[in-house]
Design a protein around this ligand. Structure first.
Ligand code: ADP
Length: 445
């Protein structure tokens, strides 16, 4: 069943049930009240009869009662034993009307020969001093008539009410479904033609449907960005791989043509092929790392001081360069040890690659955050390039980066890891003076 039919059906049925309930309540309340007032009237009449009988004891009570017979009813008096004493209306219609002696007051509605009657029975003291039951009966003629009219009015009112309710349900369904329909058709169009079409957000109220459309547009923006980034990444990656592959290929061809009796050329070619193969391996490893490092792999308590000392020791051992470490106490943070070590490795590696003098590493612990700074005194980075440093495959000094085995992926990996740890990474650089990369990480207990 369509959503539109469901909304319409639900609103109509719900309102119909509500109307029927309200109208039925009105009907029964009116009936109850009318019957009560009829019975009250009859009770008042019995009181009047009793007082008149007391005042006029010389008049036979049977005669006196005749003055009180209702137009559409009758009066009867029942002794405790035997036939009724008085039958005010010896009308055949009332011959079998139910009634009996009772020593308590009874107020009721009796259906007799398909008509309804209000009946009040009350014990009174008769002229013979015995206790008898005075029954006074009145047919509910006008009430029946009124109830019939009321029923017609309520049925008519219900029909008149249900028509605007159906129209309102229809309008509500249309109002709710219009944006959903627009959303579905936009999504279909996007899927069919691989487009990034968004929904027009006109100046309407900022309700949930508006929020849905706004969120959809935001999602399209982010999908588009991701898609474009992915495309750039693939084209950059293939471009990066193209160079080493063509180098390997040309050396292989050279070897084929002139390698047989030229050992010098064989040595040079093998070295070049080996170096390019290493480069491709590093590139592929870094691309995998970038894809992997969008999330923290495992969370543990990591001793940052220890990782810094280990990494610096490795670099000093490998390059024999001077790296200063300013730090005293162990500092622990929550995160993935290997990923954090990779960030420190990338930053110190860059500092060594792009400078010739010493490198300085320092840490600072504040209340709930830890900052790690890696400073070098190299050539520095131009201001306009700083914003693009963390882009994948972006290299400021392309020639130098390639010569030093750089892929342009290191800082992108570092940023992805720091972001997934809830931290930030900033650069402060002055041309000719040097560069400081500062990583700030939250310390979680
Ligand atoms: P790469 O593998 O090329 O070093 P990175 O992503 O690590 O890639 O760095 C991107 C670019 O940023 C580098 O190519 C380099 O030009 C520049 N860069 C990074 N660190 C420094 C630094 N400490 N000093 C100067 N330039 C740097």
């Amino acid at each position: 069943m369509k959503l539109r039919t469901k909304i319409q059906l639900f609103t109509s049925i719900f309102m119909l049930v509500l109307i029927i309930f309200i109208n039925a309540s009105i009907y029964f309340l009116f009936y109850q009240n009318s019957v009560e007032s009829e019975l009250d009237e009859l009770t008042d009449q019995t009181t009047t009869i009793i007082s008149r009988m007391k005042e006029n004891q010389d008049i036979p009570p049977g005669e006196l009662l005749k003055a009180f017979i209702p137009a559409d009813g009758m009066i009867r008096v029942y002794p405790e034993i035997g036939e009724p004493l008085v039958r005010s209306k010896p009308d055949i219609d009332y011959e079998n009307f139910p009634g009996e002696y009772s020593n308590t007051e009874v107020r009721e509605v009796i259906t007799y020969q398909e008509d309804r009657y209000a009946v009040v029975s009350r014990p009174i003291i008769w002229s013979t001093s015995e206790i008898v039951t005075l029954q006074i009966v009145r047919q509910l003629v006008s009430l029946e008539e009124n109830m019939k009219n009321l029923l017609y009015v309520l049925i008519l009112a219900s029909i008149l009410m249900i028509v605007p309710i159906i129209i309102a349900g229809n309008l509500l369904a249309r109002f709710l479904l219009q944006p959903i329909k627009a959303l579905i058709s936009t999504m279909r169009e996007n899927m069919k033609h691989t487009k990034w079409k968004k929904i027009e957000l006109d100046n309407r109220s900022k309700d949930e449907l508006y929020e849905m459309e706004k969120t959809f547009n935001e999602m399209i923006d982010s999908l588009k960005d991701n898609y474009e980034m992915q495309e750039i990444f693939v084209s950059d990656a293939s471009h990066e791989l193209k160079t080493p592959i063509s180098i390997v290929k040309s050396y292989a061809q050279l070897l084929e043509r002139r390698g047989k009796d030229n050992p010098e050329l064989v040595k040079e070619s093998l070295e070049a092929i080996h170096s390019e193969a290493n480069r491709m391996q590093k590139l592929v490893e870094q691309m995998l790392s970038l894809a992997k490092n969008k999330e923290v792999q495992s969370t543990e308590s990591v001793n940052v001081t220890e990782i810094l000392e280990e990494t610096i020791e490795t670099f000093i051992g490998a390059y024999g360069r001077e790296i200063e470490l300013e730090l005293n106490t162990p500092i622990y943070i929550q995160g993935d040890r290997d990923q954090l070590k990779q960030v420190i490795y990338i930053l110190i590696d860059n500092a060594l690659k792009y400078s010739d003098s010493s490198v300085n590493v320092s840490t600072e612990k504040q209340e709930n955050q830890l900052s790690i700074s890696v400073t070098d005194y190299g050539a520095g980075i131009p201001k306009e390039e700083i914003n693009r440093l963390f882009e994948r495959f972006y290299r400021v000094d392309k020639a130098r980066s390639r010569n030093t085995g750089g892929t342009g992926l290191g800082l992108a990996i570092a940023k992805a890891i720091i972001n997934s740890h809830g931290g930030t990474i900033e650069v402060d650089s002055k041309i000719g003076e040097g560069t400081t990369f500062k990583v700030v990480l939250p310390i979680k207990e």
